[in-house]
Design a protein around this ligand. Structure first.
Ligand code: 5AD
Ligand code: SF4
Length: 350
């Protein structure tokens, strides 16, 4: 199905970087047809122009699957008694950061559930050791903490922080995250940004009750926060959670949100998420051709990896180096290549 003149001129407007209002963003997401080549091509062009053909890698370590929260969608939720819990020690984490360094990836993402076992002091000590022993750039993804904690993480040497807003629909957010407040999430994100962290946010696409209007609001939140990194992934139902059985096989809409995010936020870093790779064998490459420019290989040791069971069927088994070699071959098929530098958000490519 070809698109109308109105849709064509809307895409052209987005491609030029003109501000889009909520109605226009909704229209972008409503484009007819299963795949929307015009939207993806425009996003791919903007990606090339703004951040180049290079793909940046971040090595991720999922160091604890304990979580105090009880999010309805997530396998790590406190109420899931079927999961076998683990915590990595500082030495174990350090050993993996050495591996990341050996594979020439300059940045590590330390991710966990919301686990207060790792107090601010414990996290700061870890950051200091990683900085001293490997000099890796450190991204934290450990949930909501106090302003004081965020400040101390930064003083200890962390540069980046990921905290997805998950959904801009306040009612869905508070339903899916019992005891959590949407405003608190936004407050944390504002603090992180004000402190000068490269800040990542993002959403899940396909959660129950979500509309295209609310996805447009997600994009407006990303823009409003001036987030530097955007993690956009499909919701995948986990059998041991209250949202079990609510299937989401629609990858197209996730790709559209990625494409719209690239058009709207221009020079941000957008990962092709593991969740997309899990939903579809070509999910990662399709995302990289719809605006994404980052991939995050999982360095979590094999003994723990399967237990970081946020959603079922997570791909990427095998050693991280095998995964990177395979990625490199895949990237070449779409004319892209790995860049082993830090990959800060760029003001302009070149
Ligand atoms: N499907 C997709 N993503 C999920 N996450 C948690 N549960 C799911 C799920 N069922 C994502 C959330 C959160 C991160 C820990 O994982 O976006 O930020
Ligand atoms: Fe915990 Fe995050 Fe999962 Fe919620 S989404 S249960 S906070 S790990």
């Amino acid at each position: 199905m070809s698109i109308s003149k109105a849709a064509e001129s809307l895409i052209a407007k987005a491609k030029e970087g003109k501000d889009l209002n909520r109605q226009e963003i909704i229209q972008l997401l409503y484009l007819p047809g299963k795949y929307s080549p015009e939207l993806f091509v425009a996003a791919d062009n903007v990606r090339k122009d703004q951040v180049g053909d290079e793909i940046f890698l971040r090595g991720i370590i999922e160091f604890s699957n304990h979580c105090q929260r009880n999010c309805l969608y997530c396998g790590l939720r406190k109420g899931n008694s079927r999961i076998s819990r683990y915590r990595m020690t500082e030495d174990e984490i350090l050993a993996i950061t050495e591996e990341i360094k050996k594979s020439s990836i300059p940045t590590v993402v330390l991710q966990s559930g919301e686990d207060s076992y790792y107090t601010a002091d414990v996290i700061c000590h870890l950051i200091e050791r990683i900085r001293k022993e490997t000099n890796l750039i450190i991204t934290l993804s450990i949930g909501e903490r106090s302003l004081t904690d965020y400040k101390s993480f930064q003083q200890a040497g962390a540069d980046r922080y990921l905290l997805k807003h998950e959904t801009a629909d306040k009612n869905i957010y508070q339903y899916m995250r019992p005891g959590c407040k949407w405003e608190d999430r936004l407050q944390c994100l504002r603090w992180l940004k004000e402190l000068g962290f490269e800040t990542g946010t993002g959403n899940m696409v396909g959660v129950p009750g979500q509309t295209l209007e609310s996805l447009a609001d997600d994009l407006l939140v990303m823009k409003y926060l001036n987030a530097d990194m955007l993690g956009i992934g499909p919701f995948i139902a986990h059998p041991d959670t209250p949202l079990a059985g609510i299937d989401n096989d629609d990858m197209d809409i996730t790709l559209r949100v990625i494409a719209a995010a690239r058009l709207i936020t221009r020079n941000t870093n957008i990962p092709a998420t593991t969740a997309l790779a899990t939903l579809h064998p070509q999910g990662r490459l399709l995302a990289l051709q719809a605006g994404a420019n980052v991939v995050m290989p999982d360095f979590t040791p094999e003994i723990y990896k399967n237990r970081y069971d946020i959603y079922p069927g997570r791909k990427d088994v095998g050693s991280a180096q095998d995964i990177i070699n395979k990625l490199e071959i895949d990237f070449r098929t779409i004319g892209r290549f790995i860049n082993y530098s830090a990959g800060y958000r760029q003001t302009k490519y070149h």
